[in-house]
Each structure stands twice: as C-alpha cells, then as structure tokens.
Write a protein that binds this ligand. Structure first.
Ligand code: SF4
Length: 264
C-alpha cells in the first residue's frame, strides 16, 4: 500500500502539533478503516519508517498482532511495559514468545527509580491510588520512550472489548499527540481465537486459569465463566477504573511532577 504520508517529509510529525495529527489520523482512518490488520500494519510501517513502534502487553491476545508484525518486519521495535507488578508468567511469556517469533527489538520499559522512590517507596501504591500507580509505572515510561523516538504507535485494542473501546477507529490521534494505529479494531473474539489456532500460537499461560485479559497481578482477577463476555471484567475489579491511562489525557500528575526521574 502506497501511503501519501512520510514522517520525514513533514506531514505526519504528530509531535509538532495536535491538530495536524488529528487531520492525518482522520485521512488515514478513512483509507484504512476496512483494511485487514496486516494492511494496517504495513501502512503504519511504510508511513513512519523507523518512527513507529508496536506497544504490547504480551497479554492474553497479544500473540496475534506480534505474529503479524514478525511476518512483516521482525526488526520493528516493540515496547513492553514492565511495571514491576506483572505476573511471573507474563515475563516468561514475553521472553518465550519474542524468541519464537524472531522479534529482535523488544524493549522493556520500566518505571524511573526516582518516581518509585518519591511516590511508591513500598511498592503498595496500587492499594491507595491506582491512577497514580499506573501513571508512574505505565504512562510515564511509555511517554518517555515515545516522545523522542516515535511519531506513531500501534496498539492491540479491539472494539469487542467494549467500554471506551466500542467505537475505536482504526487510526486515531493519541492523547499524547502521536498517530495511533489499531489494526485489530474490527476483529472479533472468534477471529482472534481462529488466528491463534491457525498459526499454532501459544496462549498466555494464565488464560486457561480464567484470565481472558492479563495486566498487573494486584489489579487482575480471574473471571467467572458467565463474565467472559466482558473480556476486561477482571481488571481493577470493584472500582470505576477501566483503563490504565496510556490511552487517555495525561492529567494524573501535576505539571511540576511530570519530569521526576528520567531513566527507563
Ligand atoms: Fe499499579 Fe495496578 Fe496500574 Fe499495575 S495496573 S500499574 S499495579 S495500579
């Protein structure tokens, strides 16, 4: 697919201004909204050469998009948010799946030491302030990686997850001002499952124990069989929270606190 946009020629450099990003996203979405996931991935890689990364949780459904990416460009950057509170099974799965798919550039993003020292010295912030915990363990590490090096990123979100994802476009302007591709937005749970079987992809080891969505261990619970229609029912159970914050406006930390720390 020959896209009209080239990040090095000026048009889609979302970091320069939010409105050009929105215009570029709208144009690309009109072009790609019915495209296959592989076509969307190719368009992202061709439109932002060297300036687009896939962000993956190596969770319950992540193998599908990672497999597609590996078939197109196994050297493309993949960003993995290692919050420090992940299940050991997720860390093992991340290593094993990356090796099996031949992905050569999976980057582990970790919270800044200074942020942990200031805001979460006992590693129990999740008990009292999940938004701030997600901000220092997910949002800021991701932003620190995206801001200097990338103009666009790719997510594994799907409309069938419901909630704020029910109307997800294939291409959008992200809250952080980058272009965001959602190649699997149109796909159903049945298509995901069929792709896993067709390509003999290993499931996340917690899926068989009732985890249809896998995040950090303090904030992810197995779901009852009757809840499986809501894939994310086990995330932040018992609270209003449904998203970690990487897809929503950056408002948790005051401006003066945004730059605490620096290393990833
Ligand atoms: Fe903290 Fe829970 Fe967010 Fe993980 S999901 S960063 S443990 S609040």
């Amino acid at each position: 697919m020959n896209m009209a946009y080239d990040s090095h020629q000026g048009a889609p450099s979302a970091s320069r201004a939010a409105s050009p990003a929105a215009a570029v996203a709208a144009s690309m979405n009109a072009r790609l909204r019915e495209a296959s996931p592989e076509e969307v991935l190719r368009a992202a890689l061709e439109s932002f050469p060297g300036r687009v990364a896939l962000v993956s949780s190596f969770g319950a459904e992540s193998a599908v998009l990672l497999h597609m990416l590996a078939a197109i460009d196994p050297n493309a950057p993949v960003l993995f948010l290692d919050t420090g509170h992940l299940f050991a099974q997720t860390l093992d799965y991340r290593k094993g799946l990356a090796a099996r798919l031949g992905l050569t550039d999976v980057r582990d993003l970790r919270p800044a030491f200074q942020d942990l020292a200031v805001h979460d010295p006992r590693a129990d912030l999740w008990k009292t302030n999940t938004d701030l915990c997600c901000a220092i363990r997910k949002v800021q590490p991701l932003d620190r990686a995206l801001l200097p090096d990338f103009d666009a990123w790719i997510t594994g979100r799907k409309r069938f997850h419901g909630g704020s994802r029910a109307n997800l476009p294939v291409v959008e302007a992200g809250a952080e001002g980058k272009i965001k591709f959602n190649p699997l937005a149109n796909w159903s749970k049945e298509q995901i499952d069929a792709y896993m079987v067709e390509h003999d992809l290993p499931p996340h080891p917690l899926v068989e124990f009732g985890y249809p969505s896998v995040g950090c261990w303090p904030c992810t619970k197995p779901v009852e069989a009757g809840e499986v229609s809501d894939i994310r029912a086990g995330r932040w159970q018992g609270s209003e929270k449904t998203e970690c914050g990487i897809h929503t406006p950056r408002s948790v930390l005051a401006a003066g606190e945004q730059d605490v720390g620096g290393d990833i």
